[in-house]
Design a protein around this ligand. Structure first.
Ligand code: ATP
Length: 208
């Protein structure tokens, strides 16, 4: 299902500090957007607003997939990968993906086993996630997100801890599974967003 996310004069502040203000922008399925800006500018905050986790302090954010979605249902249509979202460390990789698919199914034809093969982590399938290296954890996070059968992918610093092969895997996954979806990449590293067709710089929304 195609998704449109429209922001109209959106503003977000923490206490008395505005992070962005007067931000009007429309995101559409089939496009990928880089959310850029320096450290602490508000990229993660912006993605949290788009995910429905943070409320705006002024203006509106509207999610439409044929009909307008109520904010409390938005999370079902979105998959999120971010350094501050945790994996379930007590589980093995296979257990984790099996658990995940009960509440967010994977794209058609994909099973946890097939996913583990595609991301080249067969040797770690039965290993507990707490024993993974940081790069292995990041691959697991990316897989959980990108293989989810949802129209919107939110990727915050998606190549954190990835080596060259991991970055190549990221590009392959984007190429194969992100095309018809709506993809937002929060990043200040071009390696992570070079495929994005549009840029939104949070710094452009700080004149208040
Ligand atoms: N829950 C919160 N309460 C108060 N202030 C917050 C909260 N979350 C973030 N901030 C502040 O909002 C600003 C934007 O933070 P955010 O994490 O969105 O930036 P970022 O652009 O993602 O940064 P980075 O590039 O370092 O990841 C920062 O000044 C941060 O301290």
């Amino acid at each position: 299902m195609a998704m449109t996310i429209a922001l109209n004069k959106a503003g977000k502040r923490f206490n008395r500090d505005w992070i962005f203000r007067n931000l009007t922008f429309q995101f559409e399925s089939g496009n990928s957007y880089a959310i850029i800006g320096s450290n602490g500018s508000g990229k993660s905050t912006f993605l949290q607003v788009i995910s429905g986790a943070y409320h705006l302090n002024e203006g509106h954010c509207t999610w439409t997939d044929g009909a307008t979605l109520p904010v409390e249902k938005v999370y079902r249509h979105i998959a999120y990968c971010a350094p501050y979202l945790e994996l379930i460390e007590e589980m093995t990789l296979l257990e984790f993906l099996e658990f995940h698919q009960h509440f967010k199914p994977f794209v058609a034809g994909m099973t946890p086993k097939k996913i583990i093969e595609e991301i080249g982590m067969q040797a770690a399938a039965h290993k507990r996630i707490q024993q993974f290296s940081s790069g292995m954890k990041q691959r697991a996070k990316l897989a959980q997100c990108i293989y989810s059968d949802v129209p919107v992918l939110l990727l915050d610093e998606p190549c954190t801890n990835l080596d060259r092969q991991g970055i190549d895997l990221y590009y392959t996954l984007i190429d194969q599974y992100a095309k018809n979806r709506l993809v937002l990449v929060g990043s200040n590293d071009e390696v992570e967003y070079k495929f994005c067709t549009q840029r939104l710089n949070i710094m452009d929304y700080k004149s208040f």
